[in-house]
Design a protein around this ligand. Structure first.
Ligand SMILES: C[S@@+](CC[C@H](N)C(=O)[O-])C[C@H]1O[C@@H](n2cnc3c(N)ncnc32)[C@H](O)[C@@H]1O
Length: 310
């Protein structure tokens, strides 16, 4: 593709790029490799939902290009529009496209999910999003925008994380601190409440925790999508052994502070020591479980406008 709306070059990090590039794995090479495997699997499952060989695809919240590169490997004649609100990630993806020699098939658009300004109407036969619509404050608008840019018959395929149970867990810890004398509970609560809302009101007000997989299905239906298909994948597995410092440097999502920052700003020195004594052996010994909750959703823009639908 000849036109790019973004120019590659060094752009200062923002919370999105610093999380994708550093805070997601805390600089631990083993965790980085594990994340790379996991996210490649997410992208593969997402693309498996696409109904036919697409010619033109738009990826919402493309980040450093995970889904775009996987799609280009699968469909070598594809053209891809990568859209994101993060200028540094778009610049990074543009540099990566050059390295992969696929620049001529890519366009980079600095554009938010809610509206996709700059993207032409009815121009794409596949719209994808992986862990990006989750952050959109107005998800109804995001689904409407995806519908607008798809050609009739085109498909929307998304894979989005579900975090409402993390908010429930933070709320449970908050309640437990009021009824239990266990001195560790207030510290666990401080940690979790810094990363996820811990009251019903704040969870409802937070775009990351105020939806379920069924809400996403409803947003797609309201936007006009048909032939809806939803899968909920919950995977529980043992956490790998982690180096304590690297563990503290990680955050569970781009808008959450890492544990290092939480310990420095919200804990007293005595609390920090108690917290580390209690948790470090389990972290370094790989004694925790991790749970990933992802929804996979496919919908199709009808070939003709439906008549008489209530
Ligand atoms: C967790 S990262 C995922 C990136 C990429 N899709 C991937 O799978 O690696 C979230 C991405 O969504 C982007 N993002 C956040 N809010 C957005 C919005 N309202 N519209 C478009 N992109 C958004 C961020 O800049 C970031 O690139």
């Amino acid at each position: 593709m000849s036109s790019t709306l973004h120019t590659a070059g060094r752009v200062a990090d923002d919370p999105w790029s610093s999380w994708l590039n550093h805070r997601r794995d805390g600089g631990d090479p083993a965790i980085r490799a594990r994340v790379a495997d996991e996210t490649a699997a997410f992208a593969g499952k997402l693309l498996n939902l696409a109904p036919a060989t697409p010619a033109a695809m738009l990826d919402i919240g493309s980040g450093a290009g995970l889904v775009a590169w996987a799609a280009l490997a699968r469909w070598p004649h594809l053209t891809v529009t990568l859209t994101d609100i993060s200028a540094p990630l778009l610049a990074q993806a543009e540099t990566e496209a050059q390295a992969r020699r696929v620049s001529h098939q890519c366009r980079f658009l600095h554009s938010g999910a809610e509206g996709l300004p700059g993207a032409e109407a009815a121009a794409y036969d596949l719209v994808t999003s992986r862990s990006a619509i989750a952050y959109a404050a107005d998800k109804t608008a995001a689904f409407r925008a995806a519908f607008r840019v798809l050609r009739p018959g085109g498909a929307l395929c998304i894979a989005e994380p579900l975090f409402h149970e993390e908010a429930l867990a933070a709320r449970a810890l908050r309640n437990l601190t009021e009824t239990s004398a266990d001195p560790l509970l207030p510290l666990l609560h401080k940690w979790k409440a810094a990363q996820f809302p811990d009251t019903e009101a704040t969870a409802q007000a937070n775009p990351l925790t105020n939806y379920t997989e069924r809400d996403m299905l409803g947003f797609a239906r309201q936007a006009g999508f048909g032939e809806l298909h939803l899968e909920l994948h919950i995977d529980e597995r043992p956490a790998p052994k982690r180096d304590w410092a690297a563990f503290c440097a990680t955050a569970p999502h781009p808008l959450a502070p890492p544990l290092t920052e939480i310990l420095a700003t919200r804990f007293t020195p005595a609390e920090r020591a108690r917290f580390e004594t209690a948790l470090r052996p389990s972290i370094e010994g790989g004694k925790f479980m991790t749970t990933s909750r992802m929804l996979y959703l496919r919908g199709r823009k009808p070939l003709t406008a439906r008549l008489g639908v209530a």
